[in-house]
Design a protein around this ligand. Structure first.
Ligand code: HEM
Length: 401
């Protein structure tokens, strides 16, 4: 069954008419649109849109559902259900513990802080090189000239693939997350798999020092990864690691362009960047995933049925005043920003150290060259919801040197 019937016993105040990917006003402000939905409704609500599902609207619930794999499965994490079913069988994203652990331990080891620290000089060099390329112009469209390039080139370096392949791989990952008229999700996945299979096979035969080799080139806890497993895992890391940082950088820079105090503090003291990044991730959560209810249960005042899907918009956790005082305010000095921007529990993002580092280095290298700047296309700036929210075009302007 694709469309889930509205529960017969649904209390009227639990029903909302909300398309989670296109809430009213989202194009002008993704996060504000979610905040309005949160403020106006009970903690968990039902919508008939996107084939019918629940939406958790409070931080406590989002965190609990994402972390509780005993009651909420990751077998389907994408809404609507029909798209989620197409996306099942992904390693490690749609596997539940305990099977999930073996893959995840290897990913954790290979994306650990140690590897991120080793990459940092290269991230910094590339950030500087990109900004130097347009600083004299006094203006740039940030998404195309910077954020769509840096995380992808760094990721290709991590897995040792040719930098020239970046545009095609970016295109294919876009088609896998936002399939369009040019290509279906399955076609994009097949082309990506055809590209990756010989790479993975070569690394199994003659491992190098890159991340794929480290995972497939040696047995782990008594067993080796098969080529098929390695292929699916690599593909998943590629898709998860590409668009997320690209999109988040847009929100971070939009904020910085509008917050003169933060710009001044960070420009004067670049060591504050990691704190600023922690707070920006709290304020600008951007990923929306779901969980599949395993069994009938009473849950925070509602009756969940086995097979129901619950959307967990990570954005609503950081913006919940029950979790963070004055949540719309970005405050570098906030003692403990609470959020779920990187998920919770077993599936919590293994790439978060890399993501944090890329954003912190971007703030530092940008402000070192461009301490003051503003948004030039504020009137037409368009934000879009999705599994991964983003800004279409962000034109930034500064006094040319
Ligand atoms: C702004 C940056 C990022 C954000 C906001 C983000 C967010 C998330 C979230 C919310 C999840 C949990 C999904 C779930 O519970 O179902 C996740 C998982 C994951 N992320 Fe990230 N991510 C980011 C960057 C990255 C990067 C840079 C990589 C890889 C280099 C990466 C690789 C992954 C993988 C492989 C998973 C699946 C983990 C599992 O299922 O155990 N992410 N991410």
């Amino acid at each position: 069954m694709t469309h889930m019937e509205r529960p017969a016993d649904l209390q009227p105040d639990r029903l909302v008419d909300a398309d989670i990917y296109d809430l009213p006003g989202m194009e002008r402000g993704f996060h504000d649109a979610w905040k309005r939905l949160q403020d106006a409704n009970p903690d968990i609500v039902w919508t008939d849109r996107n084939e019918g599902h629940w939406i958790a609207l409070r931080g406590e619930l989002v965190a609990e559902i994402l972390a509780d794999h005993e009651r909420f499965s990751s077998r389907i994490i994408i809404l609507p259900r029909s798209a989620g079913e197409e996306h099942s069988g992904l390693i490690p994203t749609t596997i539940d513990p305990p099977e999930h652990r073996w893959y995840r331990k290897q990913l954790n080891e290979n994306l650990s802080l140690k590897f991120v620290r080793e990459l940092e000089p290269d991230i910094r060099a590339l950030a500087g090189e990109l900004i130097d390329g347009f600083v004299a112009d006094g203006e740039t469209e940030f998404i195309a000239s910077y954020s769509a390039i840096l995380p992808i080139r760094i990721f290709l370096q991590l897995i040792d693939l040719p930098q020239d392949d970046a545009p095609r791989l970016k295109y294919l990952t876009d088609m896998m997350t936002n399939p369009g008229s040019e290509m279906t999700m399955a076609e994009a996945r097949d082309e990506m798999a055809a590209y990756l299979l010989p790479v993975v096979t070569r690394r199994m035969e003659t491992p190098g020092g890159d991340m794929i080799s480290r995972m497939v080139g040696r047995p782990f806890e008594g067993r080796s990864m098969t080529a098929e497993e390695a292929l699916v895992l690599t593909l998943q890391v590629l898709v998860a690691g590409m668009d997320t940082v690209v999109n988040f950088l847009g929100f971070a820079m939009l904020h910085l362009a509008r917050d003169g105090d933060m710009r001044a503090r960070l420009a004067a003291d670049p060591d504050l960047a990691p704190r600023a990044v922690a707070e920006l991730f709290r304020r600008y959560g951007s990923v929306t995933i779901a969980r599949l209810v395993r069994e009938d249960m009473d849950y925070h005042g509602i009756r969940l049925r086995a097979g129901d899907l619950v959307a967990c918009p990570t954005v609503v956790h950081g913006l919940d005043e029950r979790e963070n005082d004055d949540p719309l305010r970005v405050d570098i000095d906030r003692a403990r920003p609470r959020h779920s921007a990187f998920g919770q529990g077993a599936h919590r993002c293994p790439g978060q150290e890399l993501a944090r580092s890329e954003v912190a280095i971007t703030l530092q290298e940008w402000l070192r060259r461009i301490p003051d700047f503003q948004v030039a296309n504020a009137d037409v700036l368009r934000q879009a919801g999705g599994i991964n929210a983003h800004i279409d075009r962000l034109v930034l302007q500064w006094p040319a040197p």
